[in-house]
Design a binder for this molecule. Sequence first.
Ligand SMILES: CC(=O)N[C@H]1[C@@H](OP(=O)(O)OP(=O)(O)OC[C@H]2O[C@@H](n3ccc(=O)[nH]c3=O)[C@H](O)[C@@H]2O)O[C@H](CO)[C@@H](O)[C@@H]1O[C@H](C)C(=O)N[C@@H](C)C(=O)N[C@H](CCC(=O)O)C(=O)O
Ligand SMILES: Nc1ncnc2c1ncn2[C@@H]1O[C@H](COP(=O)(O)OP(=O)(O)OP(=O)(O)O)[C@@H](O)[C@H]1O
Ligand SMILES: N[C@H](CCC[C@H](N)C(=O)O)C(=O)O
Ligand SMILES: [Mg+2]
Length: 487
Amino acid sequence: MRALKDILFGVSITAVSGSTSVMVNSICFDSRIVTMGDVFVAIKGTITDGHEYIEKAIALGAKTIICETMPVTIVDDVTYVEVDNGNKALAIMASNFYDNPSKNLKLVGVTGTNGKTTISSLLYQLFKKAGFKVGLISTIKIMVDDTEYKTSHTTPDALTINHHLKLMNDVGVEFCFMEVSSHGIHQKRTEGLAFEGAIFTNLSHDHLDYHKTFAEYRDTKKLLFDNLPKKAFVLTNVDDKNGLVMLQNTKARKYTYALKTYADYKAQILENQFNGQLLKIDGSEVWSKLIGDFNAYNMLAIYGTAQLLGLEKLEILRLLSELENVDGRFQYFISKERITAIVDYAHTPDALKNVLDTINKLRTGNENVITVVGCGGDRDRSKRPVMGHIASEMSTTTIFTSDNPRTENPDEILKEIEAGVEVQNVRKTLTIESREQAIKTACQLANSNDIILIAGKGHETYQEINGVRAHFDDYEMVQNLLKALNK
Ligand SMILES: CC(=O)N[C@H]1[C@@H](OP(=O)(O)OP(=O)(O)OC[C@H]2O[C@@H](n3ccc(=O)[nH]c3=O)[C@H](O)[C@@H]2O)O[C@H](CO)[C@@H](O)[C@@H]1O[C@H](C)C(=O)N[C@@H](C)C(=O)N[C@H](CCC(=O)O)C(=O)O
Ligand SMILES: Nc1ncnc2c1ncn2[C@@H]1O[C@H](COP(=O)(O)OP(=O)(O)OP(=O)(O)O)[C@@H](O)[C@H]1O
Ligand SMILES: N[C@H](CCC[C@H](N)C(=O)O)C(=O)O
Ligand SMILES: [Mg+2]
């Protein structure tokens, strides 16, 4: 139990009704799960407004209400605190409630359109191998050193973040690497966290349903850097045209990485093969099991971050070569008939282009590239035709299929993807709504030495249709289907 006034420390308050000395059981922002003695924080969301549920929260036992507008009816024995921003208040209160756990470890945030999971997961791996206790908050999972927790968001809500950071404090975690999504920044899920540093990967087309314009999306990402303190570091990719934009208003120490231009941390790709690539990082040769130009950027960002966090150059180089692929990121196997099946989380135009580029560069003869891809429902519609164009242009055959249609009609999503296919590529495409049937068809079409790319869902183990999630695992599926076909 904590006193309300303690957890309100640092919150911008505009009015109070009632006592702030009351004791608080826990903080909650969903009236459906309020318990006796809770603080209920009313949040203005994208679908509804938490202010509409204040009475319901009180009926379930909430003793404190945090709101942006005082309700008309004030209930006796309930404390009301009016704040200027509910999301911001929630984040600061969550931090206070868990004793500001981000201050007790070195927290590094990773933002950008692609590469966040790869970089944060590999930094987790590298620092574990270096002998530290490490934390990870990522799209795939949350790790409190060796203990794994499930997660539903890339950047969870502020209570979930701080709760897990506190668990990290309890077991003596020294470094934590976390993904910072644009939704996370916009909804202030990371407000009040003490970052030791932040990394910018790249910026390309995504989430224009939520942010409306590319400039708004870019400026949201930039806020992570704008809010860093002077002693923190920023490491930015200056080959990306928005790399320097991220540095414009930051007080933090600035560092850069690049393959193509002058930077603090530089790399060169010396050799690229299916099972790895040889890089020259900061003048030293290093083998990376992760392939593709985009992974050279990821390795370089990891190298720079590890140096900025105090690891020795030689140790970092040795550990870089030991890093293993992240689940669902260019995860592949070669079948009995030498068909290469690759599962990759490319769900943006840029990622899809990079992965297909990498595959096409590695083709040695006239192997076919058969791509299975779709686009998520209730997400950015404008990326659909672009991905349709890229897949059909860069593959021998493309099968468009469903990728979490959520509440949308799968046929409509598929039509929007098909609209981007140019006339000359139409004959190279098929549309099969069922993802299982689509993967099966790819397996039937594939001959020895061909490459099957299954893009968009990576590590995900479900397919969400009409709000229901059924088990679905691309990697498991393609393995079973190739085996069943005796290929
Ligand atoms: C669009 C979006 O980001 N939505 C997030 C947002 O929900 P919302 O704004 O829609 O909430 P709402 O339904 O309008 O409700 C408003 C408030 O009323 C409350 N409420 C609602 C109903 C009720 O009966 N009682 C009640 O108290 C809700 O708890 C909420 O506090 O706040 C919720 C609580 O934190 C999030 O779970 C939810 O994530 C949804 C599920 C989601 O799908 N988010 C995705 C898009 C997302 O965040 N993705 C990024 C990754 C992007 C990337 O990596 O590329 C991520 O970081 O995961
Ligand atoms: N540095 C990079 N630049 C461009 N594309 C990349 C990069 N790293 C990975 N990718 C591609 O993007 C896909 C997603 O990578 P990753 O999961 O690391 O990104 P993310 O930023 O965490 O995505 P999300 O926004 O869904 O959390 C990968 O499967 C790969 O195809
Ligand atoms: N973090 C991304 C993941 C997209 C993955 C794709 N499989 C989909 O479901 O659209 C999002 O929530 O938009
Ligand atoms: Mg991610």
